[in-house]
Design a protein around this ligand. Structure first.
Ligand SMILES: [Zn+2]
Length: 94
């Protein structure tokens, strides 16, 4: 495996894009490029804990800087899908 950890970035959702926040999302992070407010889901928080040197970027900055490095944190997509299902079920019950 020829992984280059220093090349990776963690892409986070902007705090004002609440429709993408899953349960357990934490606020108070900032884009290391533009400084905007960011929120990180539990999968991203785990990724950041294991890779504390990885810069956090908002989607816009990540796509502008490293389009081929932009990917969700491990488990983030599953987390988002699970959250969507949970929300859909809640809507059915109401
Ligand atoms: Zn940014």
């Amino acid at each position: 495996m020829t992984e280059q950890p220093d090349d990776r970035v963690l892409v986070a959702i902007r705090t004002d894009q609440a429709e993408f926040h899953v349960a357990g999302t934490r606020h108070g992070y900032h884009c290391s490029k533009c400084g905007c407010d960011l929120s990180i889901a539990p999968a991203g928080q785990r990724f950041l804990k294991e890779n504390p040197h990885v810069p956090v970027l908002c989607v816009d900055c990540a796509l502008a800087a490293k389009p081929d490095k932009v990917e969700a944190a491990p488990g983030a997509i599953d987390e988002l899908i699970a959250d969507r299902i949970r929300r859909a079920k809640r809507h059915q019950q109401n």
